[in-house]
Design a protein around this ligand. Structure first.
Ligand SMILES: Nc1nc2c(ncn2[C@@H]2O[C@H](COP(=O)(O)OP(=O)(O)O)[C@@H](O)[C@H]2O)c(=O)[nH]1
Ligand SMILES: [Mg+2]
Length: 240
């Protein structure tokens, strides 16, 4: 009986159309390769960038976090870099200089290896600086390279009596980001060149809200002067 069935089985296999099988195998291999590349890329993101306007308190946070001291003056023309270690894990912290021209160039250099972005806002001068702060934050958030990053907006200098609370600061920022978005939208219509074209942030036809963005954004208060950085260290520890 067996000897009679064998030729039929062989005939069936040789008649199977191999083209779809090969195509499926190639597609499978491409998916595996893409998966491996993407995994490598995401694991290459291990930096935490400290950014924000000049004088917002970035270097004070950097020094307090990594060197346990509060500097009187710390002029940074170049980025400061250091290793933050916790529970056997480590991440690189990069303090980006705040001056407009250096800031963008330096930020571009590290944005593709950034896992988290800490945007420092001076809680005392926020009302005066609101347009510049919202503008800087909008630029970073609408940069496609930062979509995989987690964001922390740190409201600094909370030891000072005139510091605005995190709640007020978030409301002020959302209102201003709405205006910035309107202006940038108009620039696009007027024909900005492609490279400067900003991504539309938030939901079309709705007022700007941080909760509408794809990035995970947290808001916390801190004071480098009084060593109140526990929200920052908790956030970093979760991400290492
Ligand atoms: N009261 C107070 N002043 C701060 C604090 N952090 C920074 N400063 C002051 O704010 C100014 C700018 O700080 P700095 O860290 O150099 O800002 P950066 O330009 O963002 O790096 C300095 O005069 C600091 O002493 C803080 O937590 N509390
Ligand atoms: Mg600095």
């Amino acid at each position: 009986m067996n000897t009679e069935e064998e030729p039929e089985v062989l005939w069936t296999i040789s008649n199977i159309n191999m083209v779809p099988v090969i195509v499926a195998a190639i597609i499978g291999l491409i998916f595996i390769a893409l998966f491996v590349i993407l995994r490598k890329r995401s694991s290459a993101r291990r930096d935490f960038l400290l950014t924000g306007l000049s004088e917002s308190g970035k270097s004070a946070i950097f020094m307090r976090l990594l060197h346990k001291k509060f500097p009187d003056t710390y002029v940074s023309v170049k980025e400061n870099m250091g290793e933050y270690k916790s529970g056997g894990l480590a991440g690189r912290i990069i303090d980006i200089p705040g001056h407009y021209r250096v800031r963008n160039k330096c930020f571009d250099q590290y944005k593709r290896t950034a896992k988290g972005i800490i945007f420092v806002v001076d809680s005392v001068t926020i009302q005066k600086d609101i347009r510049d702060v919202a503008d800087a934050l909008y630029t970073i958030l609408s940069d496609i390279a930062t979509v995989p990053c987690s964001f922390l907006v740190l409201c600094s200098k909370q030891d000072l009596a005139t510091a605005k609370s995190v709640k007020v600061l978030k409301q002020l920022l959302e209102k201003e980001m709405n205006l910035v978005r309107g202006t940038r939208g108009k620039l696009e219509v007027l024909g900005e060149n492609e490279t400067n074209k900003a991504t539309y942030l938030g939901k079309n036809g709705k007022d700007f809200e941080f909760s509408h963005l794809p990035q995970n954004i947290q808001f916390y208060e801190c004071s480098a002067k009084e060593d109140q950085l526990n929200h920052l260290t908790d956030w970093l520890d979760r991400m290492l």
